[in-house]
Design a protein around this ligand. Structure first.
Ligand code: PLP
Length: 385
């Protein structure tokens, strides 16, 4: 039926998977001025913008403390370090996530145990977490923590994970690199678990113009340790070294940029929701659309559908100028670097999802025509497949 395909008028501009320039143009003056202020002010490390951003982030999500740092990866690592998690400890992580979630566990010397995904949300599945927990003993490691990931922006299944962590005395850490800005049943992401780690990598919903990250927590002792750890384990001053830390600070320049972007972040989340709604409407009858749990708001880091014949669909979309991406083509427990770590046993849900997921262009500034074009091209690719 391929020749029955009708020609669809393409938008004038190339379609962006994520359009960072549209956002930059919206707040161009503010960002340029903020950057200039930092350059002229001269406090490039731990300048006043760091504290300001930390206060703004705490206010935004309702956490008591925010500690900025060098990246989302370091945010996770710092939390593990602050809790003395290391050799002999087990940390449960989803397999279907970005490598950093598990990487930090291995870097501190602990053992990541990979957990399978839920079929509909792609987030960590509670039954698999329970199965993984029961295997820790066999691997000679002591269960210490769970890192839940808010994959694609959708908050993890905290109603199931939180009571399990409480019962088993496990720390709960939220890897909200994709989920910051979201809401879980009335609770803001940033306020769930002992600590929340997020990333300001440029492509995340709240990004800077380089690397950056932050940790949110209500725990004052933890906050104090994190402040020390991100600055070489400093004590009362920077040449007083009370613990082994790292150079994990966020640049003042990047903080100044995030301060400006945070002002429009809530509006951008709403715009992302509008884009997601339009995709849902146009695609619900032809492929598996994202499932968002009742009462939750996704930060829509990605809009991810599921199609059986992904390679064909991707190729057809590429031909007509629609960029797509696959997050993630291989779960971590099947990756060269991670395959020798334990997993929960049955990992079939994420293994299958990895072969079928496809992320579509998603950003707050997608106009209706461009989106209608993407939807029509996808309809055609799926129908003619
Ligand atoms: C991006 C990402 C990270 C790492 O963030 P960086 O700032 O790039 O270090 C960690 N976890 C998840 C789920 C991510 O998507």
């Amino acid at each position: 039926m391929a020749d029955a395909a009708i020609k669809i008028e393409a938008p004038g501009q190339p379609i962006q998977f994520i359009d960072l320039q549209a956002q930059r143009l919206r707040i161009e003056t503010e960002i340029n001025q903020a950057v200039q202020r930092v350059i002229e002010g001269g406090q490039y490390i731990m300048g006043p913008e760091i504290e300001k951003l930390e206060a703004d982030l705490s206010e935004f999500c309702g956490a008591k403390h925010t500690i900025t740092c060098s990246s989302g990866t370091d945010a996770l690592m710092l939390v593990l370090m602050a809790n003395n998690i290391g050799i002999g400890d087990a940390v449960f992580v989803p397999s279907f996530t970005f490598a950093a979630t598990a990487e930090v566990v291995a870097l501190v010397g602990a053992t990541p145990i990979f957990i399978d995904s839920d079929e509909t949300s792609y987030n960590m599945a509670i039954e698999s977490l329970k199965a993984g927990y029961d295997l820790a003993d066999r691997h000679g490691v002591i269960p210490r923590a769970v890192i839940a990931v808010d994959l694609f922006g959708q908050p993890a299944d905290y109603d199931a994970i939180e009571p399990f962590c409480r019962e088993k005395d496990l720390l709960l850490i939220d890897d909200a690199a994709q989920g910051f800005g979201g809401v879980y049943k009335g609770r803001n992401i940033g306020t769930i678990g002992q600590a929340t780690a997020t990333s300001f990598f440029p492509a995340k919903p709240l990004g800077c113009y380089g690397d950056g990250g932050a940790i949110m927590t209500d725990d004052a002792d933890l906050a104090e340790k994190l402040i020390s750890l991100r600055f070489h384990g400093k004590g009362s001053h920077k040449y007083d070294n009370t613990r082994i830390g790292m150079n994990g600070r966020m640049d003042t320049l990047q903080a100044a940029i995030v301060i400006e972007k945070l002002k429009i972040f809530a509006d951008e989340i709403e715009k992302r929701q509008t884009v997601a709604n339009r995709y849902n409407e146009g695609l619900k009858d032809i492929c598996v659309i994202p499932y968002i749990e009742e009462g939750c708001t996704s930060a829509w880091a990605q809009y991810t559908i599921r199609v059986p014949n992904r390679d064909m669909v991707t190729a057809k979309l590429k031909e007509v100028g629609v960029p797509t991406a696959v997050y993630y083509p291989l779960p971590l427990h099947q990756q060269t670097a991670y395959k020798n770590f334990p997993n929960a046993g049955n990992m079939s849900v994420c293994e299958k999802a990895a072969q079928e997921v496809l992320s579509l262009p998603m950003h707050p500034y997608m106009d209706e025509e461009t989106q209608a074009y993407i939807i029509r091209q996808l309809q055609q690719a799926l129908q003619n497949g």
